[in-house]
Design a protein around this ligand. Structure first.
Ligand SMILES: NC(=O)c1ccc[n+]([C@@H]2O[C@H](COP(=O)([O-])OP(=O)(O)OC[C@H]3O[C@@H](n4cnc5c(N)ncnc54)[C@H](OP(=O)(O)O)[C@@H]3O)[C@@H](O)[C@H]2O)c1
Length: 351
């Protein structure tokens, strides 16, 4: 009889979330780890899957895509990890690999050690947001716009400007930092004004207050801030046709590249198929075969990039009540009541 653990199940398509017992994963196959989950982050994807019935066909499912915890068991052939190591990683879509439970399986190639200065909560704020930012900006098409496919430190885009629409989102904060890492000359972000100082600490050179400046005025405000060509626009807001088309208009005609975190609502380029601009809809899932090579490079580098101060995690808010606290947290995210922080649950605190 395998030992039990607690997990938060989405019972059925668009159904209820329920905490219940389920077998604890044990005896990892070759190349995998079992991790005791100390912190797991909430993402808008979690409530969207529940509300819209997307992605999964077989239920019940366990959601949750960001995990930080302790290595519990090590599979054959795994090098570099041992029982007790503090680790973080992006979770997979299969129940045994998911975040909203007390133990999970993971492929060791896509795991990083938690840097000394980070808590479990801070580490759990990184995987999905960072992957969405890095894949969109750095890898070649179809996943991204190809600015730094090998995640090198030598890239230099100082002659160019970038605009991040939704810079205070979890993803947006990583986008800003990854633009700074490749030395964009101007990094302009559109977000609520009270986040300006924080976003500047992450690398934004200019912040435009979205509560003061309507989207329609964004092009002229950006033009006043920079004479550099706007090479990159990363739109992290949801399915907002207005922000997508305003962002597209701001992009330079000379090889401008746009990343969308949501489905594109744009007509094909300039409307007649002649555009020299590139638009990519990112899917921030590092475990897709097409992202395999980049994912392994990124996970090898993450620990040092953070230890050296190139990247910092999101600010975090710890939720009470273990896995049970996730349901209220997702309601807040759905109601747009989460601003500039990542909500974190602690599965071991589940009663
Ligand atoms: N394609 C993918 O693979 C992928 C992966 C991850 C996330 N996403 C999507 O990307 C979006 C952001 O995700 P997240 O986890 O980063 O979100 P999040 O941190 O939970 O987003 C909260 C933030 O959204 C900002 N916001 C809300 N409406 C906005 C608007 N109209 N314009 C600008 N900012 C706005 C708020 O900004 P203020 O505080 O400044 O008001 C708030 O700080 C979600 O729609 C999510 O589903 C997609």
């Amino acid at each position: 009889m395998p030992s039990e653990q607690k997990a938060l199940f989405l019972e059925s398509k668009q159904g209820r979330f329920v905490v219940s017992s389920t077998p604890k994963p044990t005896s990892p196959p070759a190349g995998e780890l079992i991790v005791k989950i100390q912190a797991t982050a909430l993402n808008p994807a979690d409530w969207k899957i529940q509300a819209f019935g997307v992605i999964y066909e077989k239920y019940p499912v366990i959601l949750g895509y960001d995990i930080a915890g302790d290595v519990e068991e090590v599979g054959e052939g795994v090098v570099g990890f041992q029982k007790g190591d503090r680790v973080f990683f992006q979770a997979d879509f299969l129940n045994e690999y998911a975040g909203f439970q007390q133990y999970a399986r993971v492929r060791a190639d896509f795991v990083a050690h938690i840097p000394k200065q980070l808590s479990y909560s801070q580490a759990a704020s990184i995987p999905l947001g960072m992957a969405t930012a890095a894949l969109g900006l750095y890898v070649n098409q179809p996943s991204g716009i190809g600015l730094n496919p090998l995640f090198e430190s030598s890239k230099d885009y100082s002659g160019q400007a970038a605009l991040v629409i939704g810079g205070s989102t979890s993803v947006g904060q990583y986008v800003i930092q990854l633009l700074r890492y490749i030395k964009f000359g101007h990094i302009i972000t559109y977000a609520s004004g009270h986040h300006s100082e924080y976003l500047k600490s992450l690398g934004a050179t200019h912040c435009i207050d979205r509560k003061q400046v309507p989207l329609t005025q964004l092009p002229e405000v950006v033009k006043k801030l920079t004479a550099k060509p706007v090479k990159v626009v990363y739109d992290v807001t949801s399915e907002d046709i207005e922000s997508q088309s305003v962002g597209y208009g701001i992009l330079t005609d000379d090889d401008g590249r746009m990343v969308l975190a949501a489905e594109s609502k744009l007509q094909d380029g300039d409307g007649n198929g002649n555009s020299k601009k590139t638009v990519v809809r990112v899917f921030g899932f590092i475990l897709l075969p097409v992202n395999d090579e980049f994912g392994k490079i990124m996970y090898k580098k993450l620990n040092k990039l953070i230890e050296d101060g190139h990247l910092v995690p999101n600010r975090v808010e710890d939720l009470p009540n273990g896995l049970g606290g996730i349901v209220d947290g997702l309601e807040r995210s759905k109601k747009d009541q989460v601003s500039g922080v990542k909500l974190i649950a602690h599965p071991q605190d589940t009663s």
